[in-house]
Design a binder for this molecule. Structure first.
Ligand code: BGC
Length: 370
């Protein structure tokens, strides 16, 4: 019995030593790529998680995905936990563009390469690369859709909403949309109903970098914080404040799918709104269903499989000791960050039917969406 106990104990000790050795030496179960995503509560980021698993697993890299659940302190502890696992590359989609600086500074100090994913972290030179969709093109597509939908009309009430001001992308999306809408407002096609701060900018485009402070003030008055319930209450408050002439057939710039559905619900509940055209982005299943049901007009599809694959190629190059291919740079207020940019696709009801036939989306998944 004693011999058996001694044997069990020594096997256990050996096993413990092996675990310690593996994690110290970055051996077989070490995590090579640590991924930190903003939240599990928006379908968009679950799509990214799944796409990452596919791309990194098939490339043969070990990886771990952690979610920050909307909190910068959780994001920081996620990064610390991944550094403990001896990661070589950190892929991070920041919760808050500025606050995330502390997390990536730690990663950089630990000798880890830092890749910003989808959202750029600002004000620090600890960022090595940025992989993103063309966010300005997303905004342009949203603005242009509204313009085309109300072609040759004047005085159409326009309601505008933005993403979170802590997200650098929110500035780029809005600046993209405003780059086309500003002319339509100056020409009288649209009358903005819910944003006095934009009045001075009819006929004037705004630059996401050079006009950052102005945009910050404007977005501050129309922000949804990327939060569905905040989006809905803001839209409801705007409708309460609007008189009948500001209703009828309206145009709505909604920044993404989740907020678009919430805002659309508020507008469809108002009997003085006879019809609305509303934008979105992300091609979330629930929004594809809204598009088929005529409750959302369009979305901008940002194929997360493409973004994850592009990130994976970049990571592969870093791990192979090479300099990744990048096509452009984004300034993060501390440096020009070498960036890889992916294209986006506009999806309305007709385009969606085409994409379903082509196998890009599955009708059963759209039907099952909540
Ligand atoms: C992303 C969008 C997303 C939004 C809210 C943005 O940074 O680019 O795709 O809808 O955050 O999570």
């Amino acid at each position: 019995m004693k011999k058996l106990l001694a044997l069990i104990l020594s096997v256990a000790m050996l096993a413990a030593m092996a675990v310690t050795l593996t994690s110290c030496s970055g051996g077989d179960d070490a995590v090579q790529v640590g991924i930190v995503l903003p939240t599990k509560d928006e379908p968009r980021w679950l799509q990214d998680e799944a796409s990452f698993k596919d791309a990194l697993d098939s490339a043969g890299f070990t990886s771990e995905v952690l979610f920050s659940q909307g909190k910068s302190d959780v994001e920081l502890s996620n990064v610390e936990a991944l550094l403990e696992k001896d990661i070589k590359v950190l892929v991070i989609c920041a919760q808050d563009a500025t606050a995330a600086g502390a997390a990536v500074n730690k990663a950089k100090a630990a000798g880890v390469d830092v890749v910003c994913y989808d959202r750029l972290i600002t004000g620090t030179d600890s960022v090595d690369y940025y992989v993103t969709f063309n966010s300005f093109a997303v905004g342009v597509a949203q603005g242009q859709y509204l313009i085309d939908a109300y072609k040759d009309q004047t005085g159409v009430p326009l309601y505008i909403y933005s993403g979170a001001v802590t997200d650098n992308n929110a500035f780029i999306f809005f600046a993209g949309a405003w780059s086309v809408l500003n002319k339509a407002v100056a020409d009288g096609q649209f009358v903005v109903q819910n944003c006095p701060a934009i009045k001075d900018y009819a006929g004037k485009a705004l630059d996401p970098d050079a006009d950052h402070d102005t945009l910050s003030t404007i977005l501050g008055t129309i922000t949804t914080d990327w939060d569905f319930s905040k989006a809905k209450s803001l839209a409801e408050a705007n409708l309460v404040a609007a008189n009948a002439s500001a209703k009828g057939d309206v145009a709505i710039l909604a920044p993404n799918d989740g907020t678009a559905r919430a805002i659309a619900d508020a507008f469809s509940a108002d009997s003085a709104v006879s019809s609305y055209v509303i934008t979105g982005q992300d091609a979330e299943m629930a929004s594809l269903k809204y598009i088929q049901d005529g409750k959302q007009s369009m979305t901008v599809w940002k194929d997360t499989a493409t973004l994850a694959k592009t990130t994976c190629d970049l990571v592969s190059s870093i791990l192979g000791g090479n300099t990744p291919d990048t096509s452009t740079t984004y300034n993060n207020q501390a440096k020009d960050v070498p960036s890889a940019e992916c294209a986006v696709t506009v999806v309305d009801k007709d385009k969606l039917a085409e994409l379903i036939s082509a196998g890009s989306f599955d009708q059963a998944k759209i039907d099952a969406a909540k």
